[in-house]
Structure formats: structure tokens, C-alpha cells
Design a protein around this ligand. Structure first.
Ligand code: GLN
Length: 463
């Protein structure tokens, strides 16, 4: 990607021609693998003609469907938002466009981000297929972003979003690097919310360096978004080349327990040994609260927040609507019954329940207190170590026919490694830890708040 940017700047690449070729290939890939909810051909060619230069000059960038792109249908993978064309760009999108990127379209995802396999797509959407084996899942919820990044035969990064692991999980199953930053590092302005206290925007790319460059560009304070942090942003690309010698990391013991696939454990241990041979020392540590309470805490908070967020899809302001008939409750229920998928309905019901008078103290407020304990557990580990490592996912990319057999609880348990850093708002990345039977294994590297540079440093060293 870095070579390509140089060539665009020197005029060696004809950007309009290149973009035409990219769109052609993208359509071909999409026909076979269903990575795109929408290909923004017109916008891509317009941006190619403008050929603005900049740090991402000419780079094709795909955008998860939950991020608003001006004038391009943005649905967060839900039927309820079909036809919605935002009037503005999300800040992260605007920032890459300002640096010369070519926006090529919106990637497939679980409806509103509700899933770990991209099989919970909204009504009428296609499920993306794993780039290594079409009978297997891409991971989720950013399955389209990760799958396309692997398959793209052109320089490419994808802007993605994670609430509880949706950036690193699909990156792991598709064998590509990706970073989810500290909560607040990237403005959420223009993001179609899943759960506001958890949502982060990050980058999936073909190389750690590509991911670093993307992060460098989208990070930073935004006056449009009050939770965005006003902290200096490093040259992350430079950090990917820094020596890791004499650094100390911790291996999270519980993430190598019996329920985890042997092949996954072995590959991740091989990567840890590689870091060791580069001069990194490691110790094994235990994070009992994260391990025991992470999944239940995460799902209580995420569902509570999302049940509130989804209340705005009532068939009145934008997205799906019908002829006004009867009282508000009937109208509202009809529109939502017809336009939300099964998992969205489940989450609205569970989230509403957890916040009801009489239950709020027992569930939602208790989950908030446990969340603080989880943050403290990580914080004390970071007093001693530069990073914590674990597998990203406990299994190899599963087959669709096996996913169908999972109960909702078994499904949620797949996020056991990723919900912790997401609850704590810690930066974390996926790097490929090798292949087993033709399928990728991912290693997760977790850093302290605002230590994206460190995480990328270890990622760079491994790659
Ligand atoms: N799998 C998790 C969930 O279903 C995380 C998804 C996400 O990060 N958007 O909530």
C-alpha cells in the first residue's frame, strides 16, 4: 500500500484507470463472497478524478455499513435502514477522504453488529463467506471488512467498528491484521450506534503497517463528539518498525484452558516464542474477573444500551416506514416486527428487561460495577507489562452448519477473549499466528489505554 501511494503521487499510476479496475474486481469478488452491502462506484470514480493526493492517495477504502457515508446507502446491515442515505460523512470517513482515499462501498455485517460470525445479517442481506473456505464464517460482526481485506487483489484498508470484538474476531478468522483502539481515540460521530459506552472505530488491513497508517489518520479529538479524547496521536507507522527487545508481556492463562482448540493454543504459543526470540520476556498471569464475568457483564451492558438505541427506529424519522395507521404502539410494533431480524429482537427484549424497574439494580447496575472491577484488574497488570496476549478466538473459523447448532449462549461464549479489552476500552489488535489445515489462527495483543503504539509495535515485530 505504501508503494502504491508513492506511485499515485508521482503520477506513475493512472488513478481513474486503477479505480475502474478495482471496482471491476470488487464486483467479481462480491458475486462470489458477498462482502459488500453496497458498492459506491459513482463516489469512487468521482474521488479518483479529484485525485487529491494526501497520505492515503488513491487507496481504495471500504467502510463498514454502520458508518455513515454521505449520499451512499448506509444501513448497519438492517432492513429497517434500507434506503437511508446520510447527509454527512462520519468523521473517520471524512478524515480518510481528506487524505485522498477512494471510498469503494459499504461492507457486510451482522445487523447493527449483533453477532460473532456475520450470520445474523438483517432481513434480505447476504452472509459473507470465509476467504479460505466458503463453507465457513468470516467472523463478525465486521465479516465483510475482514473478508474483503483478505481477498482484495488491490491495496486496501477497511474502516471497521467493534463493540465487543467485532474488529479482531473477523480479522482472526480471515487471517489479516486489525486494530481496535482505546475507547474515545476515534470519534464516533456518524457511527450508527450499537452500544455507546463500548463502540470504537478501527482499521483492518493487509499489513500491520497499513493498519497503523489508517489508525494514525482517523485518530484524534473531534469537537462533534464529546467522548473523543484530546490526546496526542503518534506516528504509528514508525512504531511498527521499533525493536521490541527487553519488553515484558503477560500471557493470559485462562485463555489457554480446556475449552480452547488445541491447534489455536499451539499456534499462539509459537508466536509467543517468536516474540521471545526477538528479546521479549513473558510471564503467565491470571485475570479471574475478566474470565469469569466478562461475557455476562458485556452482554448485559451491550443489550441494555442497544435496546435504548434501537428505540429510534420507529418508522417515523428515516428508514422503513408505512402508512400511518392506528395508535403509536401498534404502528411502532408493526414496523419493528417486519424490519428487525431475530437477534435484534432478542436483544431489545433482553436489554429492556435488564433495565426494568425492579431488575435494574440486580442486572444493569451490577454489571456496571463489575465492569469497573474488570478495568482495575487490567490496570494492575499494566503496571508490570507492556502488553497482554491471548488467542483472539477460541476456535478455528467454524462451518455454517455448525454455527446453526449453537444456542445463543454458546454463541456469546465465542467472545470470551475479546469482550474483556472491549469492556475496559483497551486498544487491542489481531495478528495472524499461522495456519492450521488451511485456516488462519489469530493472536490478540492488548495494550494499556492510549498505547496503540505499543500494540502496533508488537504486531509489527511479529509480522
Ligand atoms: N459478538 C459481540 C456481540 O454480538 C460483539 C459484536 C461487536 O463488537 N459489534 O455483541
Amino acid at each position: 500500500m505504501h508503494e502504491f501511494i508513492k506511485k499515485v503521487k508521482s503520477g506513475e499510476v493512472n488513478l481513474v484507470e486503477h479505480t475502474h479496475k478495482v471496482i471491476k474486481n470488487l464486483k467479481k469478488i462480491n458475486k462470489e463472497y458477498h462482502y459488500m452491502n453496497n458498492i459506491s462506484e459513482e463516489l469512487a470514480l468521482k474521488l479518483a478524478e479529484q485525485n487529491k493526493g494526501g497520505r492515503l492517495a488513491g487507496v481504495p477504502v471500504s467502510v463498514k455499513d454502520c458508518l455513515c457515508v454521505k449520499g451512499v446507502e448506509s444501513t448497519a446491515g438492517s432492513k429497517v435502514l434500507k434506503g437511508y442515505k446520510p447527509l454527512f460523512n462520519a468523521t473517520a470517513v471524512q478524515k480518510v477522504v481528506d487524505e485522498g482515499a477512494i471510498v469503494i462501498g459499504k461492507t457486510a455485517q451482522d445487523e447493527f453488529g449483533f453477532g460473532s460470525f456475520s450470520t445474523n445479517v438483517g432481513i434480505g442481506f447476504d452472509v459473507p463467506l470465509n476467504p479460505f473456505d466458503k463453507e465457513r464464517a468470516c467472523g463478525g460482526s465486521s465479516g465483510g471488512s475482514a473478508g474483503l481485506t483478505k481477498k482484495a487483489d488491490f491495496p486496501h484498508i477497511s474502516l471497521s467498528e467493534s463493540t465487543g470484538g467485532s474488529i479482531v474476531a473477523p480479522a482472526s478468522f480471515c487471517g489479516v491484521p486489525a486494530i481496535c483502539p482505546t475507547y474515545g481515540r476515534v470519534s464516533r460521530y456518524g457511527l450508527i450506534d450499537y452500544a455507546n459506552s463500548l463502540d470504537k472505530i478501527g482499521v483492518i488491513g493487509k499489513k500491520v503497517q497499513d493498519v497503523a497508517l489508517g489508525m494514525e489518520i482517523i485518530a484524534g479529538h473531534d469537537t462533534n463528539e464529546s467522548t473523543s479524547l484530546n490526546a496526542p496521536v503518534d506516528s504509528y507507522t514508525d512504531w511498527t518498525k521499533q525493536d521490541v527487545k527487553a519488553k515484558k508481556i503477560a500471557v493470559i492463562k485462562e485463555c489457554f484452558s480446556d475449552g480452547v482448540d488445541e491447534a489455536v493454543k499451539n499456534s499462539v504459543w509459537d508466536s509467543i516464542k517468536k516474540l521471545e526470540s526477538a528479546g521479549v520476556s513473558y510471564e503467565e498471569i491470571s485475570l479471574p474477573n475478566v474470565n469469569k464475568y466478562g461475557v455476562s457483564t458485556y452482554y448485559l451492558i451491550a443489550m441494555s444500551e442497544t435496546s435504548t438505541n434501537l428505540a429510534k427506529y420507529c418508522g417515523m424519522r428515516y428508514g422503513a416506514h408505512e402508512k400511518l395507521n392506528g395508535g403509536f404502539n401498534d404502528y411502532f410494533s408493526k414496523v419493528r416486527s417486519e424490519n428487525f431480524g431475530k437477534e435484534a429482537k432478542r436483544r431489545v427484549i433482553l436489554g429492556t428487561f435488564a433495565q426494568m424497574a425492579g431488575y435494574r439494580d440486580a442486572y444493569y447496575l451490577k454489571a456496571m460495577r463489575v465492569r469497573t472491577k474488570i478495568i482495575n484488574e487490567y490496570k494492575s497488570a499494566f503496571k508490570k507489562y507492556s502488553a497482554l496476549v491471548s488467542p483472539t478466538m477460541p476456535v478455528l473459523p467454524p462451518k455454517f452448519k455448525d454455527i446453526e447448532k449453537l444456542t445463543p449462549l454458546q454463541n456469546y461464549m465465542m467472545d470470551i477473549m475479546t469482550v474483556g479489552p472491549n469492556l475496559a476500552g483497551l486498544p487491542h489488535m489481531n495478528v495472524n499466528a499461522g495456519m492450521v489445515d488451511g485456516l488462519p489462527v489469530g493472536m490478540q495483543i492488548i495494550g494499556n489505554h492510549l498505547d496503540e503504539n505499543r500494540v502496533l509495535q508488537f504486531g509489527g515485530a511479529l509480522e
